[in-house]
Design a protein around this ligand. Structure first.
Ligand code: FE2
Length: 507
């Protein structure tokens, strides 16, 4: 934990890392290669292995490269992930559980370096010093603290979902609280961030703000807690402050994970997911995700507002379905066209909430769905399912709000034990191209990095972190976004959890 993360020297080995943490007995650090291989080959647990406790912290120059690194790719891919699946003997049972683990791949003139480390939040340091789990995670209750000991903080606010660069620093995003400011050089913890006092204390901040490529401004939201329950919608101004655009009162606390930004509108796809207030009022001890309920009797709502803050919101109802992520959105002939990954049920919620080596990994049904909405009549005039069993949609974000042609996702191949396919969707022609990586390998989210000086849409690279279960090793794949061919596969020599989201920032 005290290794110099700025150092370009080799990072800790797995054993040194385990010893430094005092966690040598923790599952995920001392698994033998045999167990790992057996789990990977069982085709049940590849997703579990790929997301289990990080195997190392440190900084490395990565030299084990298949293919050739593109020299024109210069910048950094920064990612965050839930970094462990056990805390001092307590198994974490939710995919979203675990302290934030950051990975930054830096590309310079054909060379790649990696810095990977846990974010040293005060809560994490307190648990490490006591060698004990003190704080409840998203889906796992903490055991009672030692007798006479009062934990120093109210709870954890894990910036393990997404990380963005904004206003000269990285902001780690949890969606359960304020962003966490992170030192752009060291990836060290700086503190909670309230945008110079403009984010109210009782309003958490989304993990998926969207950025207008024409103005450089961002758009974000959070559901205000307490008696005055309301959806707050903000513009992230270029001076680093927030300007509130809307306060929309709500009847129940609900979940919105992602939003869409068109040229003139913001769109929220809101699944029928709500918090079980009755259970909260009874004072039961429960982890936050234990209190989340899904109702197939309620509609999925599309909430549409103008991004200039004028006019009244429009709500359009659709059949019940779960949603985490959306693609792009644009206006066309008075209609709004949006792409969203919609599930017919809540099986994905159940799957992430029962995470463990003993749970089979399988694809949850979903459809990449294109909806054409008529705001004037408040109705969906067209709904087309484009593809099935895909997730983590990304695209060329210079085209946010435009009729972009391509969208990239990860998909489940037939009978796969994890997301083993990168999919390039041609939204104009209604076709998709799939690139598979073979057995015992799985992919995380594909991030699009544009080729410098080039504006044509698929001129750039897909940067996808992956995991090889047979080697128990993480890799980063760099594919030509035009052809989908691998340009370079960079091996890390370690295992890092795949996690959810990250972003590429050019030099
Ligand atoms: Fe997400």
């Amino acid at each position: 934990m005290n290794s110099d993360h700025n150092s370009s020297s080799l990072g800790l080995t797995r054993r040194q890392f385990a010893q430094a943490l005092g966690l040598a007995g923790a599952f995920g650090l001392v698994e033998t290669q045999t167990i790992i291989r057996a789990l990977a080959e069982s085709k049940r647990n590849l997703a579990y292995l790929a997301n289990r406790t990080a195997g190392a912290e440190g900084s490395w120059e990565l030299k084990k490269i298949e293919g050739k690194m593109p020299k024109a790719l210069n910048g950094a891919l920064i990612r965050t992930a839930p970094g462990q699946k056990e805390i001092f003997g307590v198994k974490l049972r939710h995919l979203f559980d675990g302290d934030a683990f950051l990975s930054r791949y830096t590309f310079r003139e054909g060379r790649v370096s990696l810095t990977a480390r846990f974010l040293d939040t005060p809560q994490r340091l307190e648990e490490l010093s006591l060698k004990r789990m003190l704080y409840t995670e998203a889906g796992t209750l903490a055991p009672p603290p030692p007798e006479g000991y009062k934990p120093k903080h109210g709870g954890k606010n894990q910036p393990s979902v997404n990380i963005i660069r904004w206003d000269g620093r990285f902001l780690g995003l949890s969606e359960g609280g304020h962003p966490t400011a992170i030192d752009a050089k060291t990836l060290g913890y700086q503190g909670e961030w309230d945008f110079y006092g403009t984010l109210p204390k009782d309003v958490p901040f989304t993990a998926h703000p969207k950025f207008d490529p024409q103005t450089g401004e961002g758009y974000a939201y959070g559901v205000q807690r307490g008696m005055s329950l309301a959806l707050n919608i903000f513009r992230m101004e270029r001076d680093g402050k927030l300007k509130k655009l809307y306060t929309l009162p709500q009847r129940n606390y609900f979940m919105i994970h992602d939003m869409l930004l068109a040229r003139e509108h913001l769109i929220f796809v809101i699944p029928p997911v709500y918090f079980d207030f009755a259970r909260m009022m009874r004072g039961e001890r429960a982890a936050p995700f234990d209190l989340i309920k899904y109702s197939d009797k309620m509609p999925t709502r599309l909430l549409i507002v103008r991004k200039d803050g004028s006019g009244k919101p429009i709500t359009v109802e659709q059949p019940a379905g779960m949603v985490f992520h959306n693609g792009n959105a644009f206006e066309q002939n008075g209609k709004l066209v949006i792409d969203s990954i919609l599930s017919p049920d809540d099986s994905v919620m159940k799957s992430v909430a029962s995470w463990g080596a003993d749970q089979p990994a399988q694809a949850s049904p979903n459809h990449l769905t294109r909806l054409a909405i008529d705001p004037a009549s408040g109705s969906v005039v067209n709904r087309t399912e484009l593809e099935s069993e895909v997730e983590f949609p990304r695209f060329d974000e210079r085209r946010i709000g435009a009729d972009a042609r391509y969208l990239y996702t990860v998909g489940w191949g037939k009978g796969a034990a994890g997301t083993d396919t990168l999919v390039k969707h041609d939204l104009r022609q209604g076709k998709s191209q799939r690139a598979q990586i073979g057995k015992a390998r799985t992919y995380g989210e594909p991030v699009f990095a544009p080729h410098p000086g080039q504006n044509s849409e698929d001129r750039g690279w897909l940067l996808a972190q992956g995991y090889d279960g047979e080697r128990d090793e993480s890799f980063l794949e760099i594919r030509d976004a035009g052809t989908m061919e691998v340009e370079a596969r960079v091996w890390t020599g370690q295992h890092f959890p795949l996690g959810f989201h990250g972003n590429f920032y050019a030099d």
